[in-house]
Write a protein that binds this ligand. Sequence first.
Ligand SMILES: [Ca+2]
Ligand SMILES: [Ca+2]
Length: 152
Amino acid sequence: MTLLQKLQHCRNNKNCRLTIIGVLILIVIALLVFWWKAKIVLWVILILLISAFGIEYFEYDIDLGKLWETGSVSESRVEYKNGMKVFGEVCASNNLNCDDFASQPEAQEKYSYCADKIATDNDTTREMVRSIDVYGLDRDKDGIVCEALPGV
Ligand SMILES: [Ca+2]
Ligand SMILES: [Ca+2]
């Protein structure tokens, strides 16, 4: 295994990344103790590293391209579902169910907002996004959600 392959492997392995971030945190703490002059810089680095550790720990990644584009950490958080990137918390969560809506069009609107967003972000079609089943509202994955709710 070359060094590059090892690094590549580490990039894809969460525990490996956590270990590296953890070691860096310890190094910065040691520097903070022994190297007073660089105090502010080191505090900033320490805070950044602790944030990185938290992000790794809480199961989601940050897309750096999106972060650059939007400047928002919550918009840039990314989860991979069926090989597609789902940005932000709003569309990645599963916290809505059909009984949260009074009518089918209302549920459809909520679903469509995310389906369109995911399709655009992944440069793919609405049909492909059906497989993700946003919010779990479309179990049969035909693109029509909550068929049991009243029509209008
Ligand atoms: Ca749900
Ligand atoms: Ca359906």
